[in-house]
Ligand binder design. Structure first.
Ligand SMILES: [Zn+2]
Length: 370
């Protein structure tokens, strides 16, 4: 969900984004409040007054969600877990962490603070809704915000990963079952809760409440995908933990001499081996990378006239790791670039790492149960 979002603020150095899908839920809540909730409670007011209350209430609802996420973000940061961004989207908000909490206790604290913020907001708005200092309109809006924040806290406390309650559960099980085992249990609970929501949605749909039904099904579906994804990610992390670039690199690397023409490289190397990319070597030293893409950029005559060195990407633009670089780190850097890395040991080429060889390797390990 990166392309369709807009940065709206930067708070404590953390960028805050609004995703396009947020507009859907913002419109939906404003509409529901202006045409249903407020008219039912405060009859005989002009329509503009309902819409004004609806608009302010849904804006403050999103401020509440933002504060909930900010709670996660600040506690995470205090425990040394970096926060990349906070995004508000159709299902609420998400504080994106860089990496995982180091231990179960930290995970519990980071996860629990969100619902606690929502509970505190519910209490605060409840006080405001009964305060004599406010007019009836502000009291009405506060009453709604007390209710919705309470609902938000309770929903998030359901022990179903990736909800906050599910993270608390994972944190509590972490020491006994290990991170992977704890994730499996919490994600299992997440999957079960998601199915329950989907069932509830179908039931609501069949009994005539179609809008709520669709909504439950969508949230259930979203949770199901997120729970399954989290478990896959945890398994991958577990597999990769402790591995280095040397464990998965290709060691007999075919290279290209820098001085030959691109045409010769295409004819004698690319066509012969089927490799899509070669390290380029001059005087036993790696100076760059030539990929099939670079070859295809040139016309037939240019290929004759251009040397490999003239067409290659220089070493400075390539992803370079060392044999002892943790595999996870190497993969993260490869994923951000062209999907391959040179493995150099003191400037000497010792291996080549590509996403496809790593995936193949992982599949073999999985099949052999390693
Ligand atoms: Zn939360």
């Amino acid at each position: 969900m990166d392309s369709a979002r807009l940065q709206i603020a930067r708070v404590f150095g953390i960028p805050v984004y609004l995703h396009a899908s947020w507009l859907i839920i913002f419109g939906l809540i404003t509409w529901t409040l202006a045409t249903g909730y407020f008219p039912a409670r405060y009859p005989d007011l002009p329509a503009a007054s309902y819409w004004a209350r609806g608009l302010i209430a849904s804006l403050l609802f999103f401020v509440s969600i933002f504060l909930h996420e900010m709670g996660h973000a600040l506690v995470a940061r205090r425990h040394g877990v970096r926060i990349r961004s906070i995004t508000l989207f159709v299902f609420g908000g998400v504080a994106q962490m860089e990496g995982e909490p180091p231990d179960g206790g930290t995970e519990v604290r980071i996860a629990a603070v969100g619902p606690l913020v929502s509970l505190a907001l519910a209490g605060l708005f409840h006080l405001l809704s009964t305060s004599a200092l406010l007019g009836p309109a502000a009291r009405g809006v506060s009453g709604y915000l007390a209710l919705i924040n309470l609902a938000l806290a309770l929903f998030n406390l359901v022990p179903a990963f990736p909800l906050d309650g599910g993270r608390v559960l994972r944190g509590l099980l972490w020491r006994r079952s290990g991170r992977l085992g704890a994730t499996r249990i919490a994600a299992g609970a997440g999957g079960a809760f998601a199915l329950f929501l989907i069932g509830l949605g179908v039931f609501a749909f069949l009994t005539g409440d179609g809008a709520a039904g669709i909504w439950y099904v969508l949230i259930g579906w979203f949770l199901r995908e997120a729970a399954a994804g989290a478990y896959q990610q945890a398994r991958l992390d577990e597999t990769l933990a402790g591995m280095t670039a040397a464990d998965m690199m290709l060691t007999d690397v075919a290279t290209l001499p820098a001085h030959i023409s691109v045409a010769e490289a295409a004819q004698e190397h690319f066509l012969r081996t089927g490799h899509g990319c070669y390290p380029v070597v001059r005087n036993d030293e790696v100076v760059g990378l030539l990929s099939l893409r670079d070859v295809l950029r040139l016309g037939p005559e240019e290929r004759e006239a251009t040397s490999v060195q003239g067409a290659m990407k220089p070493l400075a633009e390539a992803v370079v790791v060392r044999p002892q670089t943790p595999l996870r780190e190497a993969l993260a850097r490869m994923a951000a670039g062209p999907g391959r890395a040179l493995v150099l040991d003191d400037g000497r080429l010792v291996g080549f790492l590509t996403l496809s060889t790593v995936l193949r390797h992982l599949r073999v390990r999985e099949a052999l149960g390693a």
